[in-house]
Design a binder for this molecule. Sequence first.
Ligand SMILES: [Mg+2]
Ligand SMILES: [Zn+2]
Length: 217
Amino acid sequence: MKKAGAIRVFSDFDGTISAKDVGASLFNHFSRKRNGGTVQLWLEQKISSRECLWRECSYIDASKQELLAALDRIDIRKGFPEFVSFLKIRSIPLHILSDGLDFYIQAFLARNGFDDLDVHANNAHFVNGSLYPSFPHFVAGCGFCGCCKGERINSLSNNGELTIFIGDGFSDRCALGAADVVFARGDLETLCREKSVDCLPFADFFDVINYVEREIL
Ligand SMILES: [Mg+2]
Ligand SMILES: [Zn+2]
């Protein structure tokens, strides 16, 4: 699909930029797995992302410092630093879209040398030792997502741009109707197959670079 013109890239964070799901790891560990039933209800679409995050935050029994210390155990996906440079050199914008929480995304990225990336996510607030989420992007979205990736792609992209989305999970499903090209792994790849949505499987960001270089630029 050789295509000239402007390109805009959107990427999920958890399990896509991070090699494993940071939010899930934190919620599982620091709620002592009390969140399992809640996540299941969310996967079955019986509760929204907002409800899911509200409940999961209420189970957390740890300080912000304890939560952030756990980030050291999680790796960044191979090729992400090279992908950021690849886009920067070509002036291709990159937006990180997440239905997780901003505090661990920003901290994880900063620890890996990225403190100037554009992140759209739900917000975390630490008040008197408790964690509360808020949802600045909710109103514009689909009503189920806290931060709806379909809505974000539509509102951040300009007419005529080729939009590329990269993701790995159920929270990416609204991006499927919005992005022109979808790179998928994990549950998102399965979902694409179930819904007969075209996607490009990827293992790491070198696969994405190679494809964009070969087929799009
Ligand atoms: Mg994900
Ligand atoms: Zn949505």
